[in-house]
Design a protein around this ligand. Sequence first.
Ligand code: B3K
Ligand code: ZN
Length: 878
Amino acid sequence: MSTPESSPTIRLSDYRPPDHLIARVDLDIRLERKASEVFARLGVKPHPQGVAGAPLVLHRDHVMPARILLDGRALRADEIVVEARQLILHKVPDRPFTLDLLNVVDAEANTTLNGLYLSNDVFCTQCEAEGFRRITPFIDRPDVLARYRTRIEARKSETRYLLANGNPIASGDLAEGRHFALWDDPWPKPSYLFALVAGNLARVSDTFLTRSGREVRLDIFVEDGKEERCAFAMESLKRAMAWDEQAFGREYDLDVFMLVAVSDFNMGAMENKGLNIFNDKYVLADPRRATDSDFIDIEAIIGHEYFHNWTGNRITCRDWFQLCVKEGLTVFRDQEFTAAMRSPAVKRIMDVRRLRSAQFVEDQGPLAHPVRPNSYKEINNFYTATVYEKGAEIIRMLRTLIGEEHFSTGMTLYFERHDGQAVTVEDFITCFAETSGRDLAPFMRWYAQAGTPVVSVDIAYDAVAQTATLAFKQTLSPAAGDNALPQTIPVHIGLLDPQGRDMELHTADGAMAGNVIILDEATCKVTFHRIEQRPVPSLLRGFSAPVRLDVSLSDDDLVFLLTHDSDSFNRWQAGQTLATRQMAAAASGRQIKAAGVKAYLHALAQAIEASGTDDAFLALLLTLPSESDIAREIGTNIDPEAIHIARRDLRRRIGLSLREQLITRCTALPADDVQSMGGTATARRALRNALLDLLCTQADEHVLDMAERQFRDGQTMTEVYGALIALSQHDCRQRSEALAAFYDRHKGDALVIDKWLAVQAMVGETQTLRQVEELTRHPAFRLTNPNRVRALLSTFAFSNPSQFNRQDGAGYRFIADQVMALDRINPQIAARLATAFRAWAILEPGRRHLARAELERIASGGELSPDLAEMVQRTLQI
Ligand code: B3K
Ligand code: ZN
């Protein structure tokens, strides 16, 4: 821990290669809970572009070698300069040499879950971004690539398995009940990809045959007794491996691929070479204990980590500013994987929802930053929705811009040219400029300019000339900076004729390629000819760019799109826009247009009746924009309570007017059992839950009984939890009974109990805060476990806007207290939770004042970790 002032700012413009390289790392690790010995033998050499005779500077964090030997000679104390976060050797040879370091690491005392730590008695590591320096002093930066060999030794009774990166090359028993394993990783890697796991785990094995005919052993390691819950994870892994071969031509490159599930983990998972470590939430699943969306997440995250093997591991980033070069690209790859495995239309909507709810909010507040940031104090604070999700949107736009074929050859060129390297965004984009022949210099602005551009469109129809003219204008966000230049924005469009059919698009120079307009100036006008009737425009189809669209379509036009658009994304979007319009008006005290509401309800009714609509898609149509979506639309002077009421009222209105249809549709859905896990059953369950949720807004005995029955008889967690969520929003007997029964049924199972914690934290009632406070003292809750913290505290702070933003400020006070307590245990998780305050500046004055006061209280609360200190300073913009 250190005081806020003590962390230096790291700048992209200061980048220079290190003066030394480490080409070989031999680790010999003797594990003990309190004092593991880590012998590190480093093969060091001067960097060809470094300063000759420069000192060797090693990063260190909580570790100080007891002995240092240079080419076998023990260094004297006066030859070593020890600084708080560095170890400096001033006199090192100007030729390759060996450095031996003997370190002692206390895994048991490490609650940060960064470096070497224990999770339920299992030794494991997390080294990205800068955790390796907690294990041994090192040049701990991604442009230092080394070959690693790792020997692990430990007590046999405590460590059935000893795992590290690469291929296993030896193992055996030793004296005094100890054993060892030796691992060799043939692929040079940065230190952040190092991993080690040792513990009494259980193993589930399978094999995968690569397309070139190599057999790879697949091992999933889990805590004892959880083996049966790994089947889906294993299937997902095999699907991911096959898909990467087929879609990107990428094969796996070691003899064994291992995946370990641990219960204490800071994020979703980690792509360590050959040894991915996962939060067990994203591995363990069976239909009775995990929901369909858990299954979907597991498949996506297993894919994501596996895809990193090429985009991240074989080709890594030069420095942490280039994080998006592995993360944005890998998110894009996992999105494509899910789209290929499931419904592309549903996947796109889910991704855009996530982008808007996390990234747009970030972009509109004090934490806005470019996809490639210019500076940071604590890099862990920059694993953000902007780097990940907006980073993925940039890749998607790139593909739209240059076309499928150039994109694919560009990817192949990238893999060939940069294999084994640590690269920059420029290296990556250059490959596509070369294959497409397009100047991508203007496109690079997407990486440099923060903020969400607004694209406004005016439509003029000339019935005499039979032309339709679209006038586009882009307005950059103030976050983009004073010298910002227009972005390259691909706008996919369609024009619908009065029957709802797509018209052919002809400009003066002929038919339009792919119906995509590239807006790369501040304004642009496009005229379409031979438009015989007034068209309804469908703009930004498939959400072709991460922008806000500003177009004044009438309610009737939106209903028309909701009913007819051939682009499913825009069908969904039309419904969302209509609903948001009503709710934003109500929440701002403006008159709601009765005709608008009526038209919206009518369109929903039609969608429910229509045959042929995919159930999962219909479920999305029936799900209203979230309270945060509405807040974002309103933009300033936010009153979260008024928004909550507006949303609740519209839901009630739907539940009331469409009651009979909702019931009929719900009862007509065939029952599911635990065996029904395919796409159709998943879609059906999503629809059943969406229908039930709307019905329950009526809170009469009939609908509450329906929910209670589904809760009691549901065969899958999706149904049971769906019913519990529907019930949880109403203060009724059924709710308290269901909550008690759920706890009773699952009390031994932490991951399921997380759902129980979360559902209570989401209730939009004033007693929720007290309930959440009480739950922090419940035996099921632990501040040291990130999954528990996220289930209870993050759900309250991020998914319950009306209660977190209580008018009396008690929600802010509570979360601020938790953030400060957490900071002493796990700074990364504390800093993450503190981002709940990121939208404080757009609140109405009373709440704004209270939220700010809590941020200031954290800022002045004594010793803060660098993580939290930076986050609070940025949020307050001080
Ligand atoms: N690369 C890791 C994230 C590491 C976060 C470090 N604070 C997981 C992923 O994106 O796949
Ligand atoms: Zn990733």
